[in-house]
Design a protein around this ligand. Sequence first.
Ligand code: ATP
Ligand code: MG
Length: 323
Amino acid sequence: MATKEDRPTRVSIDVRDLSKRYGSTVAVEQLTFRVEPGRVTGFLGPNGAGKSTTMRMMIGLDRPTGGEVLIGGRPYSQIREPLREVGALLDPSAVHPGRRARDQLLVLARSNRIPDRRVDVMLDRVGLAGAARRRLGEFSLGMRQRLGLAAALLGEPRVLILDEPLNGLDPEGIQGVRGLLRELAEGGRVVLVSSHLMNEMAVTADHLVVIGRGRLLADVSMTDFGARYGRGRVRLRTTRPERLGRALIAEGLTPAPAKGGAWEVADAQPDRIGVVAARERVPLQELALRSDSLEEAFLRLTAVSTDFTAEFTTDSGRKGAPE
Ligand SMILES: Nc1ncnc2c1ncn2[C@@H]1O[C@H](COP(=O)(O)OP(=O)(O)OP(=O)(O)O)[C@@H](O)[C@H]1O
Ligand SMILES: [Mg+2]
């Protein structure tokens, strides 16, 4: 077993000039980034961007065409007790259908010298204590996700690599996983979580690594992402729209009427509008950055690099976004 002394105190995942080609398909192209401990890093990109491929290469399930990934300074293959160093959730359906949930975890625990009691602690932690003796073939997608998460956390690893862990979870499950990720990050662990949904990451991650077509598009804190790429759209309601409208136009902003008697201001920040409203002594009933402005920023950032280019069409054949 690795002693405390050979474990570097500050572990990170270092992706260096990583590339992967499948025949003529370029899945990952010269990716370089570092995943730091102590925060939740969202690994974001549209379908086919190369997230799963990158994560598979992190834990040696795929061989890079070029470059390397180091975890705590070493390639995954050189980690002696991987389950105790790196927990991964990649494909939750890759389980034996006839095996019972608890047995699945016991096999993992025993082959990695992890005490049996961790199995029950983790089953309870992910809300599967009641299903411990059910066969995996009967598990729903969400239950398989929960079990995969329990498996990843079994050895109390300092590094977590989770591919779309929120997929298939109900709202309670999503909240539970979010709380868990936060707790793990605050405990100084490296937490990398992929998703193709910006809004999901906005409430889950502290830091974002965005890729498109296998290339790095952004490596920024969640806060900076909004400031740098978000053209904020602010929604407001006031009892005196004419007065506030005039003041905002004088500030060079463009307020426009929106649904429900509200107003929207493009390319704006709530702080600035709040200051203008206070100066004009206009009561505000609502003032918020529209939640979809981050989603829009993500779409703009990845627009030129979306691999899955088929656009959705409506019944009448018009192009449109799916509801
Ligand atoms: N085993 C494989 N053989 C051939 N091509 C592959 C293989 N695995 C992935 N690819 C290709 O590599 C690219 C990246 O795929 P990947 O699964 O890494 O994307 P992703 O970002 O995880 O997407 P999603 O959000 O849909 O999960 C895609 O073009 C995909 O078709
Ligand atoms: Mg994927």
